[in-house]
Design a protein around this ligand. Structure first.
Ligand code: FAD
Length: 434
């Protein structure tokens, strides 16, 4: 063997870290896959099944959309807050009993969208985070051996008419400025692309580069299995705290034993807060609760996923059936689901496709509630803890966690390797809330 090869190996061994990834949703799984390729030893800590119903990554709208760069909080949103409190069946609601506790987060949320300049900055940061995300997912799925799970037919945003589209002019201008490619679809082409669509829709904006995931939960599971095949360890328990010896990390205590490690990645979605608290980082994180309803046997052949802008839902064909996902409900992640909200999604499906039967032929629809891990400024937290450089945060992806997971993984891998990131990390810094 060449002496240089021996030296290279020794260097690689010295650089090899023992990393615990807390959380096995799409973000944690994508991170584990990427850092394994860097040659690190990885343990994935996850109490539930990978991509199981406990994770937001299970039940999302499956959109991998280059257009998802517009934050929820936009100029003028504050005017609608009284309506959100009063109308408990609207697309965004705040459950009254939780309002006082949520007030500080909601205030920051509204302030984040107070001006066009702020929103433009957020959109720019998100567009960098999502850059080439459809291609990144195609590559990730191919490495995990499930390339068929990422579909390439594009994504269609639906408008009742051009006036409604023009009311969203700021969002589409920001998207165009960030290089998002679109094509208008009308008339016969729209009807052919979306058979059965309600007559009231006259305009579609096709995201030509958009993709969707056929089975979001199964995708996470496939990535985790691929990691295990490539040497990752798994710990099927709940992480409690990071164990230290002086300033050095020595492990993660879980309810099923200790996982030895020298580096920790916190990717536990809405459950990441106990770890940020342990390291003295104050990061406001709340659940934007969402729902889905999935019909195993609806007679609709939907090739291109749609997002009717008047209904604010994603309608997508998944491996499990026709899924309608959406709703933003502010309460607490601990609060019981309000299944009326899932039923409302079924009504929205029929409003978009009036020819569908009121009930599926054989099976009751599957109803699901999950928690988007959300920061008030609509940007995830990706970066080192202020107090320990070997604690790396990767959570708070809100509405775009599926979409942003591969780039997040790349950013975490660069931080671990002490290499410059491919995009500016400042907007995602954990320090920005201080
Ligand atoms: C209705 C709805 C629709 C959505 N639509 C889209 C969409 O179309 N496109 C998109 O990109 N995003 C969408 N999202 C958002 C996306 O689903 C989330 O941003 C993403 O799933 C977050 O992934 P995550 O891995 O950070 O968290 P999660 O998927 O929630 O995973 C966190 C994991 O951590 C584990 N965990 C928790 N505590 C611990 C602990 N102490 N120790 C170890 N493990 C722990 C949990 O069991 C869980 O498996 C949607 C979300 C919802 C709710």
């Amino acid at each position: 063997m060449r002496p240089e090869a021996t030296i290279d190996r020794q260097i690689a061994k010295i650089a090899q870290r023992q990393i615990a990834v807390i959380g096995g949703g799409i973000v944690g799984a994508a991170i584990a896959e990427t850092i394994l390729r860097q040659g690190h030893r990885v343990t994935m800590i996850e109490p539930g099944p990978f991509g199981g119903e406990q994770a937001a990554s299970y039940g999302n709208g499956a959109f991998i959309s280059p257009a998802s760069i517009i934050p929820m909080s936009m100029p003028g949103l504050w005017r609608q807050v009284p309506g959100y409190l009063l109308d408990q069946s609207g697309p965004l609601t705040i459950r009254w009993p939780f309002f006082p506790r949520l007030l500080p987060w909601l205030t920051r949320f509204l302030l984040a969208g107070r001006s066009k300049a702020r929103v433009t900055k957020t959109a720019k940061a998100l567009s960098e985070l999502l850059s080439k995300s459809p291609e990144r997912h195609a590559d990730l799925a191919a490495r995990a051996g499930v390339e068929e799970m990422i579909h390439e037919e594009g994504l269609l945003y639906l408008y009742v008419d051009r006036r409604a589209y023009e009311a969203d002019a700021l969002s589409w201008r920001l998207r165009a400025d960030c290089g998002v490619k679109t094509r208008e679809v009308e008339g016969d082409e729209l009807r052919a692309m979306v058979p059965g669509l309600a007559a009231r829709y006259s305009l579609g904006i096709l995201l030509t580069e958009g993709r969707h995931c056929l089975n979001p939960g199964g995708y996470v599971d496939a990535i985790a299995r691929h990691c295990v095949t490539n040497g990752a360890m798994t710990q099927a328990s709940c992480a409690q705290r990071v164990l230290m010896s002086g300033d050095a990390i020595v492990g993660v205590e879980t309810d099923g034993g200790i996982v030895a490690c020298d580096t920790v990645v916190v990717a536990a979605g809405i459950h990441s807060t106990p770890f940020t608290k342990q390291f003295g980082d104050r990061i406001p994180l709340e659940a934007e609760r969402g729902y889905h309803v999935e019909f195993a046997d609806m007679p609709l052949n939907l090739k291109v996923p749609v997002m009717p802008q008047d209904l604010k839902v994603a309608i997508v064909q998944t491996a499990g059936g026709l899924r309608v996902a959406g709703q933003v409900e502010f309460a607490s992640w601990k609060a019981a689901p309000n299944w009326k909200r899932a039923d409302l999604l079924g009504e929205k499906l029929r409003s978009c496709f009036p020819g569908l039967p009121a009930k599926a032929a054989t099976q009751e629809p599957h109803r699901w509630q999950g928690n988007r891990p959300s920061t008030p400024d609509g940007l995830p937290v990706i970066g080192r803890s202020r107090n320990n450089k070997n604690v790396i945060y990767a959570f708070g992806h809100g509405h775009i966690g599926l979409n942003a997971a591969p780039m997040t993984a790349e950013l975490v891998a660069r931080l671990i390797a002490d290499q410059p990131p491919p995009i500016d990390l400042t907007p995602f810094s954990p320090e920005r809330f201080r």
